[in-house]
Design a protein around this ligand. Structure first.
Ligand SMILES: [Zn+2]
Length: 233
């Protein structure tokens, strides 16, 4: 069952090593079927070279129950579930420890928009979450990782900024499909790489008062997204 979704999620997971975004078995991608009320996600601890489409684990969105699999779902499954429940329009979620995005996460700061590469995909700063509290770390850590992400989007639109940095951890991205979530992870890493170097040239301490022109940011994001988009349609 759910063969099509499993294949799409498998392909999205395999794109992570292909794009150099993961080391060892790190990283996980999921995709959702809202009508069926389930998501498919990478199994826990299986090497990319051994993984098959049928290994993707089907998990029920409402309660996290695994449906018909001998394999365990990724240990980050509760984070994915919290994101699907709170961001109702998204269709895929991706988590990596890609290097430059993770460096910003470890610093505990968001990535400011510095140029049009950023603006084509992310309408404003890519936020960093608050640090997790001791209680959040000790109880339901993975679900609470989802909660600090949701909290970072109280004042932001998750559809126009489809990425976040979890403080002292790493990035999560999402999109309307598993493939789109991975594409956003690829762009995020490139944006983080460029931002890091831009900020290092700007000031030896880096932090961080450079911002791109708001009009240019508007132009690049809004020509590709939303009701007045015209670019590449
Ligand atoms: Zn992680």
């Amino acid at each position: 069952m759910y063969d099509e979704l499993k294949k799409a999620v498998y392909d999205a997971n395999m794109a992570l090593p292909a794009h150099g975004l993961v080391t060892l078995t790190w990283g996980n991608v999921s995709g959702v079927d809202r009508d069926a009320g389930i998501m498919a996600i990478k199994p826990s601890g299986v090497e990319y070279s051994q993984m098959k489409p049928e290994d993707m684990v089907i998990v029920r969105l409402s309660d996290g129950e695994v449906i018909d699999s001998k394999l365990k779902p990724s240990s980050d499954t509760p984070t994915h579930l919290v994101l699907y429940r709170n961001f109702p329009e998204i269709g895929g979620v991706c988590h990596t420890h890609s290097r430059f995005a993770t460096i910003f996460s470890q610093l505990g700061v968001g990535i400011p928009p510095l140029g049009t590469t950023h603006a084509d995909y992310f309408y404003g700063e890519i936020p960093c979450t608050s640090a997790m509290t001791a209680i959040q770390i000790e109880n339901d850590y993975e679900a609470n990782t989802g909660e600090v992400i949701v909290n970072a989007f109280k004042e932001r639109d998750c559809n126009s900024v489809p990425a976040v940095l979890v403080c002292e951890h790493g990035p999560f991205t999402w999109g309307n499909s598993a493939a789109k979530a991975v594409e956003n992870a690829v762009v995020l890493e490139e944006v983080a790489f460029m931002a890091w170097h831009t900020l290092m040239l700007e000031s030896p301490t880096g932090i961080f008062n450079n911002k791109m022109d708001q009009k240019l940011l508007d132009k690049h994001f809004l020509r590709k997204h939303g009701k007045n988009a015209y670019y590449g349609q």
